[in-house]
Design a protein around this ligand. Structure first.
Ligand SMILES: Nc1nc2c(ncn2[C@@H]2O[C@H](COP(=O)(O)OP(=O)(O)O)[C@@H](O)[C@H]2O)c(=O)[nH]1
Ligand SMILES: [Mg+2]
Ligand SMILES: [Zn+2]
Length: 342
């Protein structure tokens, strides 16, 4: 492996961390590569000498560092390294789908002309669950109404917001800065948010198809061409995703806690340790909302996402269901009996 000329891999994020992980899979006849697109039971993998179609008998995700060998004359992924992060969403059958692997940043795109703070809050929770750091990019800032981005920033409270526009080039350098020296970022957000346009602007060529073509037609194909993962010339790697309609939380609730750390902090002052901030006496969160120090809609998002996580957990774990029943009974008792000792 030491003789391998790493060529194209260096611009795709190959670094000491990837090398250390790959070493655990390495055998002389295996090449390191990065998965740049996934198909049904195959993928496109970038090797040192360029892109190749490879069979994928094991589950792979875009961004995976893979060990690729030649089996029966065909490139084949024989293993993938442990992932240092992975962006997942729940799928309707109760499983999880890995949208991107080994990412450092989740860039949450939100078009200025149709901002949906609740969607951004959900995506921020999903992003924290991945192990990567979320940054909100308000795209199409050239279309923003005065004061709207500031209002969004105030509501989101605990996540960085960067305004961008490919029309005026606003904010592009701030995004470039965050990608250097070779960080991997995945772009998420609704269809039409400007993800592909942003990728093209940062990459400096039309690598992604943009515009009115829908992200998926009835055959389930995506307009994003060939690769989903592309190097940025100034350093960094971008993973484009199709606009996903459903983004069910698949984590254990820690993502919601991180996305709403402002509320979690307030909650330390609630009288009851297991306060749900709905109508409990001595609730510091409700008090802050009543004083106007916490956005009511933000509090509603938090409650909704917490319930969703709790519901998913019960659905997948009968013991959790029993425990939650016991806990609910205990809460009812404690609310009736005495306040928490402080
Ligand atoms: N005014 C304006 N329009 C943009 C900007 N970025 C993208 N668009 C337009 O928004 C539409 C959707 O962009 P696209 O990149 O395909 O979105 P995607 O579905 O998120 O990949 C296209 O018609 C773009 O021309 C921007 O910064 N300003
Ligand atoms: Mg697109
Ligand atoms: Zn409370």
């Amino acid at each position: 492996m030491h003789d391998v000329n790493l060529g194209a891999l260096l611009s795709l994020g190959w670094d000491a961390r990837a090398r250390a992980l790959f070493t655990e899979l390495a055998r002389p006849e295996l090449f390191p590569g990065r998965v740049v697109r996934v198909e049904r039971s195959a993928c496109v993998v970038a090797l040192a000498d360029g892109d190749h179609m490879a069979a994928a008998p094991i589950p792979v995700a875009v961004g995976d560092w893979a060990a690729v060998g030649i089996v029966d004359g065909a490139y084949t992924v024989t293993g993938v390294t442990d992932r240092w992060s992975q962006l997942t969403r729940g799928d309707p059958s109760g499983g999880v789908q890995v949208l991107a692997a080994n990412i450092d940043l989740v860039l949450i795109t939100a078009p200025a002309d149709r901002l949906s703070p609740a969607r951004i809050e959900r995506e921020t929770a999903l992003a924290w669950d991945s192990g990567a750091q979320p940054v909100v990019l308000v795209t199409k800032a050239d279309l923003a109404v005065d004061g709207e981005i500031d209002r969004l920033e105030a509501r989101l409270a605990v996540v960085d917001v960067v305004a961008t526009s490919v029309v005026t080039s606003t904010g592009l350098d701030r995004v470039r800065d965050r990608l250097r020296p070779c960080r991997t970022a995945v772009l998420i957000g609704p269809s039409g948010a400007g993800k592909s346009s942003l990728t093209n602007a940062l990459v400096g060529e039309a690598r992604m198809v943009t515009g009115s073509v829908r992200d998926g037609d009835h055959r389930g194909r995506h307009t994003t061409t060939t690769r989903q993962l592309v190097p940025v010339p100034d350093g960094g790697v971008l993973i484009d995703t199709p606009g996903l309609r459903s983004l069910a939380l698949a984590g254990d609730g820690t993502g919601v806690q991180s996305a709403f750390s402002d509320i979690e902090e307030l909650a330390a002052g609630c009288r009851f340790g297991d306060c749900r901030h709905e109508r409990e006496p001595g609730c510091a969160v409700l008090a802050a909302a009543a004083r106007g120090q916490l956005d009511q809609a933000r509090l509603a998002s938090y409650g909704k996402l917490r319930k969703e996580v709790a519901w998913e957990e019960r659905r997948h774990d009968p013991r959790a269901r029993q425990a939650s029943l016991r806990q609910w009974k205990a809460v009812t008792r404690s609310v009736r009996s005495q306040p928490k000792k402080r």
